[in-house]
Design a binder for this molecule. Structure first.
Ligand SMILES: NC(=O)c1ccc[n+]([C@@H]2O[C@H](COP(=O)([O-])OP(=O)(O)OC[C@H]3O[C@@H](n4cnc5c(N)ncnc54)[C@H](O)[C@@H]3O)[C@@H](O)[C@H]2O)c1
Ligand SMILES: [Fe+2]
Length: 444
């Protein structure tokens, strides 16, 4: 039995809040590595030129078939060819890469006698590449590598080229993959999975469809916001979170509406990296805890799951983080310096909802089923309790109620639907909150 099972849920929440404060001290001392960044149009080719001079024997490029079909890896491959660097391509990665696929990539890496990896794609390709890099140098089943610092030896060298502006995986200490057998997402955390170099090339992102641009962009916003309102912030992470928030509010609608706008794409790529630099140190919160459950159970794309939950979790957290939300509102240019903090905080909550609406993000999760909610809430509460320094913890009932807010409307039979438009009371969406309660402002 886990000794914490002997405590009441309230005591456990209080105890974990104390543990989290202690962990904050430890994370401040950790030497987080940072990759050398190349930024701007053509930077993926420049990265290829640099990697060609690194003296590797053979490189494995880990990516997905869509990216290869779109020709996005060509400039990098041309640069590797020109520099005489041998490479092979593993292009089978699918969203939230499942363990068997990663094992296949690992076999290919070994068969081909590779000694370094280029992670090329969205978070799914980058994270699969990170896990292959760890597993290549550690003879352990993949499931046993999940958790903190589980690999005894360092991964093989990793380089990264993100093609979405969302996860920030090019600078983070995390790699997320899925375990289809247990319907779980597995996270490998290790300072050594941070890539050595990364290229933020906006030219690779101009063909990203609007819906993926929107969802991945809100993933980056969620990293910026959750890291900023959590308990592990430092002046460095605060700066990164605030810059990312300002850049996302300004550039995400442009990138969504005019995908070929290179400037907006480059700003979004930078914002995603800044948010990554913030959350890899200051961590995330309940939006991610819940989104990971949606991803594991329903295969909801990570960014979309975050985007749907962000307004609701923020509304719950708001009483504990009014000053932070006010600062975020100012950076997002949603209010003026002379307004009071409560008004600004409210403007930030409204601003997030408005941004979601402008980006066509749905307000409900079509796949969500009422009968799944208790298990989803339990897993999300557990993930947050043991891992995230959130400003306000939730109990099971609260978490269930928050998830219930994104249940899809019940599909009424055609005849009945014509007669009545009333919503079922259990599933009615609450009206937007007009004030943030002041009394409960301290962390629960
Ligand atoms: N490691 C971390 O720190 C971290 C942080 C957040 C999320 N994640 C993980 O990242 C994964 C999600 O990554 P994602 O949101 O980037 O999506 P993704 O990598 O799953 O890609 C989504 C889709 O977009 C396509 N795509 C990618 N780039 C494209 C481009 N430039 N043009 C056209 N199509 C393109 C892909 O082929 C794919 O079909 C999840 O597994 C999530 O858990 C990891
Ligand atoms: Fe995320």
């Amino acid at each position: 039995m886990n000794p914490t099972d002997l405590l009441s849920p309230a005591m456990r929440r209080k105890g974990m809040a104390t543990v989290m404060r202690g962990a904050s001290f430890v994370t401040r001392l950790l030497p987080f590595p940072q990759p050398t960044l190349m930024v701007g149009p053509g930077s993926s080719a420049r990265l290829g030129e640099s990697i060609a001079g690194m003296g590797h024997a053979k490189i494995l490029i880990v990516t997905d078939a869509i990216i290869v079909k779109l020709g996005l890896i060509k400039p990098l491959c041309d640069a590797l060819d020109a520099g005489g660097m041998p490479y092979v391509i593993f292009d089978k990665i699918t969203p939230d890469a499942p363990i068997p696929l990663i094992e296949e990539g690992l076999e290919f890496f070994k068969e081909q006698c590779c000694d370094a990896i280029i992670a090329f794609g969205g978070g799914s390709s980058m994270d699969a590449a990170k896990v292959i890099a760890v597993a290549a140098n550690n003879d352990k089943p993949l499931r046993e590598l999940a958790g903190y610092f589980k690999g005894r030896r360092s991964p093989v060298p990793i380089y990264a080229v993100p093609t979405t502006a969302g996860t920030g995986s090019e600078v983070t200490v995390a790699a997320v993959v899925s375990d289809p057998e247990r319907q779980q997402k597995l996270v490998i955390m290790d300072l050594r999975v941070v890539p050595r170099m990364a290229a933020l090339d906006p030219e690779l992102m101009t063909g990203l469809p609007p819906a993926i641009t929107a969802a991945t962009g809100i993933d980056a916003l969620t990293h910026a916001v959750e890291s900023f309102i959590g308990k592990w912030t430092t002046p460095y992470t605060e700066g990164m979170s605030l810059s990312a928030t300002g850049m996302i509010f300004e550039n995400l609608p442009v990138a969504y509406e005019d995908g070929k706008n290179l400037q907006a794409r480059e700003k979004m790529a930078l914002a995603s990296t800044y948010a990554g630099l913030a959350f890899t140190r200051a961590n995330v919160g309940y939006v991610h805890a819940i989104a990971h459950q949606f991803g594991a159970r329903y295969h909801t794309p990570h960014g979309l799951a975050n985007a749907i939950m962000l307004p609701h979790v923020l509304e719950y957290s708001a009483p504990a983080v009014i000053p932070q939300l006010a600062q975020l509102a100012l950076r997002a240019k949603l209010g003026e310096e002379d307004e009071d903090e409560d008004a600004l905080a409210l403007k930030f909550l409204d601003g997030v909802r408005a941004l979601n609406q402008r980006l066509g993000i749905p307000t409900t999760l079509e796949a969500l089923r009422e009968q799944d909610i208790p298990a989803l809430a339990e897993a999300a509460c557990h993930e947050a309790l043991i891992g995230y320094p959130v400003p306000r913890y939730m109990d099971q009932e609260t978490c269930e109620a928050i998830i219930r807010k994104v249940l899809p409307e019940p599909k009424a039979p055609a005849k009945a639907a014509a007669k009545t438009t009333a919503k079922s009371p259990a599933k009615r969406k609450p009206a937007a909150r007009k004030t943030v309660p002041r009394k409960t402002r301290q962390a629960a």
